[in-house]
Design a protein around this ligand. Structure first.
Ligand code: MG
Length: 392
């Protein structure tokens, strides 16, 4: 297995996407296209370095994304040129001397199958140059400017070129030198080799290796990606909590102070509603309960806002690759009336849980004067949540 360097051309202006965001930054299932692309190359052990060529105005954002997705250990961002050929030339100049192979890839082909990258590299190691391509399936028409068909193009032996295009590093450098000398401009790397008379072979790739240039492509890519991804694991969790009502304490529920003559007693702010929600989330991810994470005996939690604890619990879930789908919480209190405060609580809880407010449902119930809640000795809360695993 020969070592290789990938050059990712991430220079698209995204004009055909009809958005102001360049296409490489458009999101596919919540992750930027460019990140999907780079992750595929990360799966190939032979690829020790990845050079991302980006326009000057997007350099900083590209670098920030690589850091955010923890891809900056093998990736370098360099500023590209006007034409693709210029950008690849700049990238090629940065390829380490001990890298016998280079694979050039479009940043906007996020569905590249890692195994196909390796097949392409293997073929290039053998022949000097190899590109992924697919045979043309449709009937091809040569069309005049007035939309009239001139003739049908014979499709025998016609292939659609894709990327990666893998070439022996020394050969690609020679091909660039020859093209520069002759003033030849090609639309891909293979054409530079063809221009110099060097052989290049095709490796049959997959139709799913789409180049995302139009909004429709994004829809198709998303559908393909969803099929490829394992379905999320769903987990449910349940939480229950109760606190005693006493004089001289503020009544805090769902992160809000509620006007009332009594308040809940506890080591923290005693926000029983938020505690039940925290316990449900911890339950769903199999992480015990709130007492284990924030012990009563620890002075750092004295009087602490339970919303802070909730944020911590959601952070813990995220570390375990779980996100909240929805939560349903019932507060059991004889008094005061809570329903008028629910919209504001929903906003606070949703923000802490990193979800839309609709994902948090709040309900209140009395026990018709029965039991400790009915006698207004305390308030209790029940919560259930559904959590879904998310890709790392
Ligand atoms: Mg509690």
């Amino acid at each position: 297995m020969q070592k290789a360097t990938a050059i990712i051309a991430a220079g698209g202006a995204g004009l055909r996407m009809g958005t102001s965001t360049p296409k490489q930054f458009s999101e596919l299932l919540g992750v930027p296209i460019l990140i999907h692309t780079i992750r595929a190359f990360y799966q190939i052990p032979a690829i020790e370095a990845i050079i991302v060529v980006a326009p000057a105005e997007h350099r900083e954002h590209t670098q920030a994304l690589l850091t955010q997705y923890q891809l900056d250990d093998r990736c370098t961002v360099v500023i590209g040129g006007t034409l693709r050929q210029d950008s690849v030339r700049i990238g090629l100049a940065r390829v380490p001397d001990d890298s016998p192979l280079v694979a050039v890839h479009d940043g906007a082909r996020p569905l590249i199958i890692p195994k196909d990258i390796q097949r392409c590299l293997d073929a290039a190691a053998h022949t000097g140059g190899a590109i992924l391509a697919v045979p043309v399936k449709d009937t091809l028409k040569a069309v005049a400017a007035d939309t009239a068909i001139r003739h049908t193009v014979k499709r025998d032996g016609l292939w659609q070129a894709q990327t990666p295009q893998a070439v022996r590093t020394d050969l690609l450098k020679e091909a660039f030198a020859k093209a520069d000398q002759d003033g030849f401009v090609g639309t891909d790397e293979a054409s530079l080799l063809e221009h110099g008379g060097w052989p290049v072979v095709v490796v049959e790739g997959s139709e799913t290796n789409l180049k995302i240039t139009r909004p429709d492509d994004l829809l198709m890519a998303e559908a393909i990606l969803m099929k490829q991804q394992p379905p999320p694991h769903m987990r449910i969790g349940h939480g229950f909590d109760a606190h005693r009502l006493v004089a001289g304490r503020a009544l805090i529920l769902g992160g809000m102070e509620i006007p009332h003559e009594l308040g809940l007693l506890g080591h923290s702010d005693a926000d029983v509603l938020t505690h039940a929600l925290c316990d449900a989330i911890l339950g769903a991810i199999g992480a015990g309960d709130i007492g284990r994470h924030f012990p009563d005996s620890d002075p750092q939690y004295k009087g602490i806002s339970s919303i802070k604890l909730l944020r911590h619990v959601i952070g813990l879930a995220a570390e375990n690759h779980f996100r909240l789908c929805n939560g349903d919480i019932t507060v059991v209190a004889q008094r005061p009336k809570l329903a008028p405060h629910f919209p504001a609580m929903q906003t606070i809880l949703a923000e802490a849980c990193r979800v839309e407010p609709e994902a948090i449902n709040l309900k209140a119930s009395t026990t018709e004067q029965m039991g400790y809640t009915g006698r207004e000795e305390g308030i209790s809360a029940h919560a259930v949540v559904l959590m879904a695993s998310q890709p790392a």
